[in-house]
Design a protein. Structure first.
Length: 166
């Protein structure tokens, strides 16, 4: 799939959540396979693990810490890059809406009420649109956090399966 179609597909918050659900599903399937293969290896190794068994067991812990650290960092970066500016814009639009509401309430003539009413509707629509973007931001934060975990789980599943088949 081209990066343009992926970008276009992920422009919708719903599609971002669908993409996140699919990646989560793939991660869970891969993790389950990795856990099963590693558990079987631990059981086979018993009390006398080989050097390659010990290396694999050490790798298990290291990979989890690395993926968790990378995941946390990715989420913080995504949060800082999108959430702060969106929250500031939502706050400004809320203030604009409140100002427009008070202007509408203070209208003396029907013409003023119509003008202030239109300004209030527009401010409310902008605020609702911005508030609707929070879902997309949350999905992007979660997706960025899942990327390193997904990458580790799927690559481990492929590697361990290849080792079993060899």
């Amino acid at each position: 799939m081209s990066s343009f179609s992926t970008t276009a597909r992920l422009a919708s918050p719903l599609m971002q959540w669908v993409d996140l659900a699919l990646k989560t599903h793939e991660t869970l399937l891969s993790s389950g396979a990795v856990i099963r293969m590693r558990t079987e290896r631990i059981a086979r190794a018993g009390l006398t693990p080989s050097a390659s068994d010990l290396a694999e067991f050490h790798l298990m812990g290291h990979e989890k810490l690395a993926a968790a650290s990378e995941s946390g960092l990715a989420m913080v970066k995504q949060w800082n890059s999108s959430q702060a500016s969106l929250a500031q814009r939502a706050w400004q639009q809320w203030l604009q809406g409140a100002t427009a509401l008070f202007s509408l309430a203070g209208s003396f003539t029907p013409a003023q009420a119509a003008t202030h009413g239109d300004a209030f509707v527009q401010a409310t629509a902008r605020g609702a649109s911005t508030a609707g973007q929070f879902s997309g931001v949350a999905a992007r934060v979660a997706r960025e956090g899942l990327k390193p975990i997904h990458a580790a789980a799927t690559s481990n599943a492929r590697r361990l399966l290849a080792e079993l088949q060899a």
